[in-house]
Design a protein. Structure first.
Ligand code: F6P
Length: 529
């Protein structure tokens, strides 16, 4: 697959990105829509490459597949499910799943959830010790990363109780989070689509015991977010404290519905609706904009150029926004759980790598950690910079300018680099001479010609965060369609879960574990000494 693109990459890989620039390139190799600006001019993509990438869309029937997703067809074929997280942010219907309009249920649940969030905020719903001061969301993966990332991102809008997140089965996590909380004024949200996830149920039991030590009816201070209402009632959570959703919402796509309850409590119903509004605006854009002007499509095509044609194994996501510090982690699940696959949708082995390894940290912190490798290491790592025009700190404008300058400087340095003559001048100025000058100069060379993109957004408001998350969701969808994979299952997480279940009794000493491999037997022995 991608033979023509690979050949094209081989043909152009030696040329300098800067040599592609004329008066038009910066404008022509960017997309502007709904206040967002995506610049991909600092990549090795030229007109012909872009045409080749755009041609892929027709070959894989992207328009038909996009329509199938939005209209509720069961495109997640290995789980026999529709993929309709987009319904969770719609303001009206209809949206049909197997002939039934699901929107009435979506809107009713949204109203109920947002009424509850407002009641918690106002104190109309209270704990045994009075109005709730703290909310603890217990969940993992998609039942944690979305609300945790968004609560941090939208901190300037948070006026409600403090929100905390427990995910890891490591008892340290729940211990440290609960340590300073008053159980009488703490609301615990158990967030689990399946309500079978061992980490979440174990942490929830620990929190229930902690609550029971002080509170008379501990389960009354619990809420469940799940598709499995039989299991939530078995846990002891009353039906009116359960906010349900359907199996057509994938865990990593679930922040828009009940799983977003902690965020709704933090920022309030109005801001939460604005968050949904941003995502809905992105859905419209994705469905209607021409391919070349379509943000998710162009992000995906740049991704395909880098991951499949150029074979760059990783991509760094570098938000120059401290409040987006969990955004790379959020994207790791969204992108790698969706597109980290080894077989195509029809079950054949993929011959090309699927989605790249996604990683990152906010700037400027990353600059003082791993950027050394990005600039001078032998790996080429396409960098995806994200930057706000405006900050929430008008009294610190000078800091925002410094942040912006750093971001632009990095993409400039990656593209332009610094050649040997310039490096020699620097070494000379430091007083080096002869062979030592040459040696010192070589350490100061930046090869440059390293690709990056920059996404500029107006300000990290609830609406804008909704746009950004939906943008990446649809980018994943487009890449998945081009790769011919199912982006909506996650069988790769199953084997480890099964083996952990079998190993737990071995570690406890309740089972000999004779079926284990010699290395694991030895590790168990070390742990049990
Ligand atoms: O890690 C696998 C996974 O199923 C994710 O896809 C999901 O987001 C996470 O576990 C949590 O699942 P649940 O919400 O059912 O507890």
């Amino acid at each position: 697959m991608f033979t023509d693109l690979k050949e094209k990459y081989t043909a152009v890989r030696g040329r300098q990105i800067i040599s592609l620039f004329d008066d038009q390139r910066a404008g022509e190799f960017s997309v502007q829509a709904d206040g967002l600006f995506f610049d991909y001019s600092k990549t090795n993509i030229d007109h012909e490459t872009r045409d080749m990438l755009l041609a892929l869309l027709g070959k894989v029937d992207l328009p038909e597949k996009r329509a199938a997703m939005f209209s509720g067809e069961k495109i997640n074929i290995t789980e026999d499910r529709a993929v309709l997280h987009t319904a969770l942010r719609r303001t009206s219907g209809p949206v049909f799943v197997e002939g039934c309009d699901v929107m009435e249920q979506v809107l009713t649940t949204r109203d109920r959830m947002l009424d509850f969030a407002e009641a918690v905020r106002s104190g109309a719903v209270q704990g045994q010790g009075g109005a709730y001061t703290d909310v603890v969301n217990i969940g993992i993966g998609g039942s944690d990363l979305g609300p945790a990332m968004a609560c941090l991102a939208l901190k300037p809008y948070a006026r409600g109780p403090r929100c905390h997140f427990v995910s890891n089965v490591d008892g340290a996590h729940v211990t440290d989070v609960l340590a300073n909380l008053d159980p009488r004024t703490t609301l615990v949200i158990v967030a689990s689509k399946t309500f079978t996830t061992i980490e979440t149920l174990t942490n929830a039991q620990t929190a229930l015991s902690w609550m029971a030590d002080t509170v008379e009816r501990p389960a009354d201070q619990f809420v469940a977010l799940s598709t499995a209402e039989d299991k939530t009632s078995a846990f002891g959570i009353a039906a009116d404290r359960v906010f349900g959703f359907e199996d057509w919402v994938g865990g990593r796509y679930s922040v828009w519905g009940p799983i977003g309850l902690s965020l709704a409590i933090a920022i309030g119903a109005e801001h939460f609706r604005a968050f949904l509004g941003g995502a809905e605006a992105m859905d419209r854009h994705f469905q209607t904009a021409a391919a070349q002007d379509n943000l998710p499509i162009m992000l995906a095509l740049v991704g395909v150029w880098h991951a499949q044609a150029a074979r760059y194994a990783t991509r760094a996501v570098l938000p120059y926004e401290q409040r987006l510090s969990r955004f790379p982690a959020y994207l790791q699940q969204l992108e790698m759980e969706s597109n980290g696959k080894g077989v195509g949708i029809d079950g054949h082995d993929l011959t090309d790598p699927s989605g790249p390894i996604v990683w990152g940290e906010p700037g400027t912190n990353g600059q003082h950690a791993f950027y050394q490798l990005i600039h001078q290491g032998r790996h080429i790592i396409p960098c995806e910079f994200m930057l706000a025009k405006e900050s929430h700190e008008p009294h610190l404008t000078h800091q925002h300018h410094l942040l912006q300058a750093n971001c632009l400087a990095q993409s400039q340095a990656l593209m332009l680099g610094r050649d040997l003559p310039a490096a020699r001048k620097i070494a000379e100025a430091k007083g080096f001479e002869g062979a030592e000058l040459e040696r010192q100069a070589r350490h100061r060379v930046f090869t440059g010609n390293r690709p990056s993109t920059t996404l500029i957004y107006p300000k990290l408001t609830p609406f804008c965060l909704g746009q950004l998350i939906a943008l990446y969701e649809h980018r994943v969808f487009v890449e998945g369609v081009i790769l011919g994979i199912n982006s909506f299952d996650q069988w790769g997480v199953e084997l480890g879960k099964e083996l952990a279940t079998a190993l737990e009794p071995v570690l406890k000493g309740d089972s000999a574990g004779g079926q284990n491999d010699p290395s694991t037997v030895n590790l168990v022995a070390q742990l049990r000494v």
